[in-house]
Design a binder for this molecule. Structure first.
Ligand code: AMP
Ligand code: MG
Length: 338
């Protein structure tokens, strides 16, 4: 099916993968499913193809891309140094939502690394993505398949809304299981450091390689110093509506929301007492469900025509930290302490 001039909507079957691989081999762009969010893929070894990703998304040219590989064997061509920790982490978490930042080889074009001496690499836990990479025979650079600054896509429909007419193909692989971007861990520093929280938490990583630190930009707003992950300084995950994160008890939240105009982004436990329209992220204790629903809820608010969203602050343990990190950015750090 042709959805708009120049964009093919492809199924996640053999033919869809084959057509996607042909488009990518010609230097084209294809939006692909992964377990985290949909990625906007190009041949990671072709600087010109990669440049098209930045144009299609409107992405800042100093924000490097993550390179996706299908098998461990593909990593050697892309890096100059593989610390023992990389082997251990790959064994424990790959395929999976963990990106390792490593010293890059000369095979990585400048358009991927954006002037850094490192490259972020992962193996996605999605057979369509891995089969596509194998069919291409090269790694795929793939940031999230949305317009820069907007909400990351967790379904093919989200990619169509943002990118139809701007990319060569979109492979429909259903809903993403994790629903949030990967954890980014740099092994290129003296002590391993988490640059972006994700489904794989600090404790999970420490159980495998010992102490890791957290980059301070995870919790706060970028203040001007050079961030370790360039992407941390940009506006992110924002729906059209204004998002405000409310910190306080459940009853404080319910009182505030019921007395102020707007929509509520709440937990299942809140629904019965709300007198305003709401969407629930799931139980307040179920961080994995919150992660999988966050982006689709933010997009749904746009469809509902919401102008203001009052979000109840999620817990910040485990995967909750990643949900909290995305929500803070969706709210441009607008937090009200109740
Ligand atoms: P996205 O692909 O849109 O999910 O964003 C990837 C994130 O990883 C951005 O915040 C990037 O700045 C960060 N990133 C990618 N490659 C590197 C790298 N080599 N060093 C540090 N951060 C990176
Ligand atoms: Mg992104």
């Amino acid at each position: 099916m042709v959805i708009e001039i120049n964009t093919l909507l492809l199924k996640d079957d053999k033919k869809g993968i084959q057509t996607g691989a042909e488009l990518l081999k010609k230097g084209g762009l294809v939006a692909i499913p992964t377990e985290t969010v949909y990625g906007l893929a190009a041949n990671a070894l072709d600087g010109k193809a990669v440049l098209k990703i930045f144009e299609a998304k409107g992405r800042a040219q100093d924000n490097p891309l993550i390179v996706h590989i299908a098998d461990w064997s593909m990593i050697h061509e892309l890096t100059t140094e593989l610390p023992q920790q990389a082997y251990k982490l790959a064994k424990s978490f790959w395929p999976g939502p963990l990106t390792l930042v490593l010293k890059k080889s000369a095979a990585i074009p400048e358009t991927v690394s954006c002037g850094l001496s490192t490259v972020g690499i992962r193996i996605p836990d999605n057979t369509i993505a891995r089969d596509l990479i194998r069919a291409c025979g090269f790694p795929l650079a793939a940031p999230s398949a949305n317009l820069s600054g907007g909400v990351s896509p967790t379904t093919a429909e989200h990619c169509i809304v943002d990118l139809a007419g701007r990319v060569d193909g979109i492979i429909d692989g259903g809903s993403c299981t994790v629903g949030l971007e990967s954890t980014v861990l740099s092994l290129a520093h003296d002590v391993p450091v988490i640059l972006r929280p994700g489904y794989i938490g600090q404790e999970d990583i420490e159980a495998v390689i010992g102490p890791v630190s957290m980059d301070k930009t995870i919790f706060g707003q970028f203040t001007g110093e050079v961030p370790l992950a360039p992407g941390m300084k940009y506006k992110h995950y924002s729906p059209k509506a204004e998002v405000i994160v409310l910190k306080g008890t459940k009853s404080q939240y319910i009182n505030y929301v019921n007395q102020n105009n707007g929509y509520a982004l709440c937990f299942d436990e809140d629904c019965d007492e709300l007198k305003v329209p709401f969407l629930s992220l799931g139980s307040e204790h179920d961080f994995a469900t919150q992660a999988s629903r966050l982006f689709s809820c933010l997009r749904e608010f746009d469809q509902l025509g919401a102008e203001k969203i009052h979000a109840r602050c999620p817990g910040s343990e485990g995967v909750g930290l990643a949900v909290y990190n995305r929500l803070l950015r969706a709210a441009s750090f607008h937090v009200i302490e109740l």
